[in-house]
Design a protein around this ligand. Structure first.
Ligand SMILES: [Zn+2]
Ligand SMILES: [Zn+2]
Length: 135
């Protein structure tokens, strides 16, 4: 009956018959037969080696793709930022402003009071609400 008693190994968390547990000099505790014979250690090392190998085969692909994606996203973000920041400049002594078309980058004079021109004279692109830039 006592021979059937299986207890958990503190090293590998596996179960083994209690009477097979032995004190291991390295673990400084009683361990299961697998751990005592070094089998557990071997398995762990094998697992670690497989893991390292997997990581190595995966690595060359992943960062390469990520770099491209990052670069792309960064470029898009930069373009967007340029788009969202119209270069608006008041023309001194007038009520007009100099305005950079956000679509074609064409620089033209704009009258925020009369809202003229209605669209970019070059590409016919929409002119955003420039109230914030009026006098
Ligand atoms: Zn064990
Ligand atoms: Zn334009």
């Amino acid at each position: 009956m006592v021979d059937d008693l299986r207890i958990q190994c503190g090293s590998c968390k596996g179960f083994a018959p209690a009477n097979q547990f032995k004190l291991h000099y390295k673990f400084k505790k009683v361990v299961c037969p697998s751990c005592f014979s070094g089998r557990t250690e071997q398995e762990e090392r094998k697992k670690a080696a497989v893991k390292a190998e997997q990581a190595q085969t995966q690595q060359p692909q992943k960062p390469a793709g990520w770099d491209k994606e990052d670069e792309y996203l960064e470029r898009m973000a930069r373009i967007k930022q340029q788009d969202l920041q119209p270069k608006v400049e008041k023309i001194p002594g007038t009520t007009l402003i100099k305005f950079n078309c956000q679509k074609c980058n064409y620089l033209f004079k704009y009258d925020p009071y009369r809202k003229m021109p209605k669209a970019c004279p070059y590409c016919d692109g929409d002119i955003p609400n420039l109230k914030a830039f009026t006098l």
